[in-house]
Design a protein. Structure first.
Length: 527
């Protein structure tokens, strides 16, 4: 419990030091996330349809334009009983970080039986990994905390003492993966893809790849497979109902756009310039290492231990461990880009769901726990020996491995006292307003990043959250994908109202109201 408290205090240190005023992310992605979480709160209270979020009105199935946040919505709705939206968002992330910590501990200590010390080390580093801290502005990525839960269930399937127990664990795993896909697509998809790659590696390393042996293997375990596949497919129905129409509408991500977000080999150690231990090294190569989404790499000592551990597991490990290590290597290699070439092009064209991924560099965040497990598998015997013979040396190595995960770049740009108060001050629309659009929701707001992004984000994302508060749909909205006739950029342009009016007429809308907090009378009815 003390280690968990330390891990949580480290990850949420900026929140704590601000008196829980600050929150992860910024006034763009952070507000979008809270808007979707508020949508689920409205769903559970019976005030909203589960698949219509209240923005991009009057399009149907608008949940499919972004991650679903289903499991997040359950946790967030509970915390909203006690907290305001921005604090509940932070408490929701703390809930999932705690799940990840304790599940990782149980996986190593009780399931893999590598000892409590190794378990505490894995749980702490997995919770406070450098990449997860730097990318904490994307809350959906923290759902990787469910990975050790999935691993616990997968091991339970394999080790079950009866067919019934194996079927129960398999069904639980199937339901978890379906709910996870409906919560945060990236990490759930990476988990399924990694599992398939590992299964293929195991079939090869164990000699079960031959058709006759593979058929006999399936015949012995078909009930367990079916017990997991059937609940998984049934539970996927809402996911497919929401996302397949949007995939057909938008076409998914273009391969040329994905290429920027593939990993260069040097990104394996790209921990960012703010890392306290290795930041000096990153700053010395400003023209080589990219920033932003590419900062997902492993600290140098952890990476070195990981490479040696992967080699040892492939060369001398048991078939399951060898398959696991090979899957780590193959998945990482597939995400690499060398010049204009990458194995990810094959994944993009051949693997279902791959076209829904844009930032492939996030795969390195998924690989944090697998690499930690490989490191412990290869080195825990030596660590146990050092604990008896060289305890100070072992303590020094462990402390350094923890220290090299820490940096100053923790993205906390939301503020309850600033952003929460600003939105709370906006008057609700008049009763005759059946929908609304926003010119500006805040008076005298500074430019968000630059003029281009200021014209895209602030008014749109504020409208998304206000729509949830008032339970009145908005024409505005913004996400990775938008409707094809989306016209809500640059609200201060002279033709903005005309664009919105044409959109409303095209969709047969009436009783549309306009919000501009810069005006003495913020609300006006335009249609």
């Amino acid at each position: 419990m003390l280690v968990w408290l330390a891990a949580m205090a480290l990850f949420f240190r900026k929140h704590i030091l601000s008196g829980f005023d600050q929150g992860f992310s910024d006034r763009a992605d952070g507000i979008i996330e809270v808007a979707i979480l508020e949508h689920w709160r409205n769903v559970w209270s019976g005030a909203a349809a589960w698949n219509v979020t209240g923005y991009f009105h009057p399009y149907p199935g608008t949940l499919g334009y972004n991650d679903g946040y289903f499991l997040y919505g359950l946790s967030y709705t509970f915390w909203r009983l006690f907290a305001d939206p921005l604090l509940a968002d932070t408490l929701n992330l703390a809930t999932f970080k705690s799940i990840g910590f304790f599940a990782a501990y149980m996986l190593v200590a009780r399931t893999l039986r590598w000892g409590r010390g190794a378990a505490l080390f894995v749980a702490f580093v997995f919770t406070d990994a450098n990449g997860l801290m730097i990318q904490a502005g994307h809350a959906q990525l923290q759902s990787v905390a469910l990975l050790p839960v999935a691993m616990l269930l997968a091991v339970a399937v394999v080790r079950a003492g009866s067919v019934r127990a194996a079927c129960v664990a398999s069904a639980a795993l199937g339901l978890l993966m379906a709910a996870w896909l409906f919560t945060a697509f990236y990490m759930a998809w990476f988990t399924i893809f990694f599992g398939c790659v590992m299964a293929g590696c195991w079939l090869v390393t164990s000699g079960n790849w031959r058709p006759r042996r593979a058929m006999r293997l399936f015949a012995r375990h078909h009930r367990t497979v079916e017990a997991g596949a059937l609940p998984f497919l049934i539970a996927l129905v809402p996911f497919f109902a929401v996302y397949l129409p949007k995939m057909r509408e938008t076409g998914g991500q273009a391969l040329n756009e994905i290429y920027y977000y593939l990993l260069f080999p040097i990104d394996a150690i790209n921990v960012g310039a703010s890392n306290y231990v290795w930041g000096w090294l990153i700053r010395s190569f400003p023209s080589v290492l990219l920033t932003g989404e590419h900062v997902t790499g492993f600290p140098l000592l952890m990476f070195a231990l990981g490479v040696t551990a992967l080699w040892r597991c492939v060369a001398r490990g048991s078939p399951p461990l060898r398959a696991f290590a090979l899957a780590v290597i193959l998945c990482w290699l597939l995400t690499l880009r060398v010049g204009e070439y990458s194995g990810w092009a094959l994944v993009y064209h051949l693997v279902p769901g791959a076209k829904g991924l844009r930032v492939v560099a996030r795969f390195q965040l998924f690989l944090i726990l697998p690499l930690l497990l490989v490191v412990v598998a290869a080195h825990h015997a030596r660590a146990a020996h050092w604990a008896r013979t060289r305890p100070l040396l072992l303590a020094g190595v462990v402390l350094f491995l923890v220290a090299e995960q820490i940096g100053s770049d923790v993205p906390v740009a939301l503020s309850r006292s600033r952003d929460g108060a600003a939105l709370a001050a906006v008057p609700a629309p008049p009763r005759e307003c059946q929908s609304f659009y926003v010119v500006t929701a805040r008076r005298h707001e500074p430019v968000y990043v630059d003029a281009a992004r200021h014209g895209m984000y602030p008014h749109n994302v504020d409208a998304m959250l206000l729509a949830q508060f008032w339970r009145v749909p908005t024409l505005n909205g913004y996400s990775t994908f938008t409707p094809r006739d989306w016209v809500f950029a640059n609200p201060r342009a002279g033709d903005y109202d005309a664009r919105v009016a044409a959109y409303a007429v095209r969709h047969g809308l009436s009783h549309v109201c306009r919000l501009d907090m810069e005006q003495p009378q913020p609300w006006t009815r335009v249609l």
